[in-house]
Ligand binder design. Structure first.
Ligand code: AMP
Length: 190
């Protein structure tokens, strides 16, 4: 099984690159951001709670997203592998993911970290806000999301680095250029 964590700050291109990877490698895409936005759209109890945090640019509690991932892994027993997009975002989530995958006998293959300068992230997110209308793509929320990333999420890269699973990829250039770099790393791991 190929289990890839596509990692990086908000606006680094995780969603875009995940879409390409799932097609070429026949993997299941698990994006906690997408699952949460679906809960918000359906106005579930979870969605109503999550919406406030998402609009403030803060992380949703670990147990909520871990539960979501646990269900999705259980629903996809036949999968050839997973792309984790936007998860794990804390070391507690990373530890939980490792346990979940261990019980499936399919560890994380690699954490692919997309590296993009902060100014570029802000420009991309503001542009996406105009095009897609995501309510969390506004200047104040973007600032908070980047801060949450630095404080709570970036340690996840160190966690997998210690396990020899960190692979960094420059996340600037065209979508195709970035994807070619990612493919090279994934193919090397196969
Ligand atoms: P994303 O689409 O991945 O940028 O996620 C949008 C928002 O959903 C984030 O700013 C968080 O509020 C929330 N979220 C998504 N994934 C997670 C996660 N793994 N842990 C905590 N909060 C998350």
């Amino acid at each position: 099984m190929l289990n890839i964590i596509l990692f990086g700050p908000p606006g680094s291109g995780k969603g875009t690159q995940s879409e390409k990877l799932i097609k070429d490698y026949h993997l299941v895409h698990l994006s906690t951001g997408n699952i949460l936005r679906d809960e918000v759209a359906r106005q579930t109890a979870l969605g109503i709670e999550a919406k406030k945090l998402m609009e403030a640019g803060q992380l949703v509690p670990d147990e909520v997203v871990i539960g979501m991932i646990r269900n999705k892994i259980a629903e996809n027993r036949e999968a050839k592998g997973f792309i984790f997009d936007g998860f794990p975002r804390t070391t507690a989530q990373a530890e939980a993911l490792d346990k979940l995958l261990e019980s499936n006998d399919t560890p994380v293959s690699m954490l692919l970290a997309l590296e993009v300068p902060e100014e570029e992230l802000k420009q991309r997110l503001l542009k996406r806000g105009e095009i897609e209308g995501r309510t969390d793509d506004n200047e104040t929320t973007i600032q908070n999301r980047i801060l949450e990333y630095k404080v709570k999420t970036s340690p996840v890269a160190d966690y997998y680095k210690a396990k020899g699973k960190l692979v960094t990829v420059p996340g600037i250039g065209s979508i195709e250029e970035i994807y070619a770099r990612i493919r090279k790393e994934v193919d090397a791991a196969l």
